[in-house]
Design a protein around this ligand. Sequence first.
Ligand code: CDP
Length: 218
Amino acid sequence: MEKFVVAVDGPAGSGKSTISKIIAKRYGLTYLDTGAMYRMIALKVLKEGADLERVESIERVLSESKIDIDGEKFFLDGEDVSIDIRSREVTAIVSQVAAVKSVREKLVEMQRKIGQGKRVILDGRDIGTVVFPNADLKIFLVASPEERASRRLKDYESKGQEAEFYSVLEEIKKRDKIDSTRKESPLKKATDAVELDTSGMTIEEVCDEISKMVDSRI
Ligand code: CDP
């Protein structure tokens, strides 16, 4: 099979990355976690103590950042930051950084280069709408905010990070709001995407549903 692009979009905690990794393995696709790229710029904003409220400060950080990706390993200026980009500090500001037009332009260009002509699955917020509007399969994953918060809480606990349900729920709702109301490529379902509500579904069940969709398009 030649090029084949699967676009997986949806809000925080809807299961995009977990599902995309499994589907990638099952079908031998390259997986690209585009959220990790926005997280790298957010991490550097924190490291540099840049002013989040000033677009110029974020743009300066962007122009001084060297991003390299090797599978699921993410390197910022040569340093492996795969773990650091998942911290709650990064999570708290990433949506503000991702709303900046020039940040999106640079990262979207990289995403297209990585995916072009390959067999890939990408997850994010704007993959089916902006990055690969001609994707072979577009999936939009949703789940209730409460379910997404409890999944995220489990993630934090498994990493030994302290968290409390209501603050995680608030964090998720805040991020959803910024992501879906921003001017530049907001989070939204592409008109030709298949929506799947994963509330109450196991990972296995979601993957089986998606596998049926992939099979029908290959
Ligand atoms: O995994 P989680 O749902 O927490 O988020 P993520 O995929 O790591 O993405 C982190 C943030 O990056 C999102 O809340 C968005 O603000 C931004 N993002 C984006 O704007 N566009 C993408 N294609 C991917 C992520």
